[in-house]
Design a protein around this ligand. Structure first.
Ligand code: ADP
Ligand code: ADP
Length: 231
């Protein structure tokens, strides 16, 4: 059970000879424990930068990220217990799907082998990867790779789950099943989660609240009903 709070979170990219880019210009939002926030907005508005700062994959220019009330901005990614499924999050090519999923789990939880195997098998089944567990990423379709990256985030049972376009490479049928499964897992395990998507339908069906970002700030924040007049 973990709250996630962003407090005046900011990011300015500076490169020599170029004007600075204020990608994120002061985000304030608080997710209650187990809440799924849908993050929408046009390309370039700062969604990915926001997720990367929460995950610790990007330094912050200002403000803070609090997980369970504790500021984590000074902690490296591996000490935040934040799981990410990013569109292009690298899978390790030499490892099989099974090994990719088990990677990090063993050291982290000092879980015994049987325990890790069971967790991996369970998540793989839920997102439809059982048949390819012994294959390597290079042989998978982009939809399957995407599900491996999703499963890898889920299998860690992180306090906070960050999903960046997690279903974008799936076909319509797979997207439907996977979306339902993601919701079920997120609800069952009580992950506090942020889902970035371009797909309004996806946001409406998954999110408890929706934040619409524009130009580095949250422009609208509310339930689907409040924002879209959706039932
Ligand atoms: P979104 O995910 O909403 O498409 P991003 O967070 O990727 O938006 O980008 C927000 C802004 O920051 C954009 O103007 C983008 O060009 C810029 N940006 C993103 N990453 C970098 C980077 N590494 N260096 C410089 N500018 C960046
Ligand atoms: P540790 O065992 O110390 O927690 P890991 O070996 O599990 O570290 O992971 C190493 C790095 O890779 C960490 O920074 C971790 O955040 C990152 N990482 C691995 N898998 C994922 C994932 N699915 N989502 C987010 N980050 C991940």
């Amino acid at each position: 059970m973990t709250e996630l709070e962003l407090r005046d979170l900011r990011k300015t990219y500076r490169a020599r000879g170029r004007p600075p880019v204020e990608a994120v210009r002061g985000l304030d939002v608080r997710l209650r424990s187990g809440e799924l926030l849908g993050l929408l907005g046009p390309s370039g508005c700062g969604k990915s930068t926001t997720l990367r700062m929460i995950a610790g994959l990007e330094t912050v220019t200002g403000g803070d990220v609090l997980v369970g009330g504790v500021p984590v901005t000074d902690r490296p990614a591996r000490r935040r217990n934040v799981g990410v499924a990013f569109e292009n999050y690298a899978l390790y090519p030499p490892l099989t799907v099974r090994e990719n999923l088990a990677f990090g789990l063993r050291a982290r939880r000092r879980a015994d082998r049987g325990d890790v195997d069971r967790r991996v098998a369970l998540i793989a089944e839920r997102v439809g990867l059982t048949a390819v567990l012994d294959d390597r990423p290079a042989t998978l379709s982009s939809g399957q790779k995407q599900r491996v990256s999703l499963a890898r985030a889920l299998v860690r049972e992180p306090d906070v789950l960050l999903l960046d376009e997690p279903l974008s490479h799936l076909d319509a049928a797979q997207r439907d099943t996977t979306r339902r499964e993601v919701k079920r897992i997120q609800r069952d395990l009580g992950h506090t989660a942020i889902l970035v998507t371009h797909d309004q339908e996806e946001a409406l069906s998954l999110a408890d609240r929706i934040a619409v970002m524009r130009d580095g700030v949250i422009e609208q924040l509310g339930t689907a009903h409040e924002i879209y007049d959706h039932p």
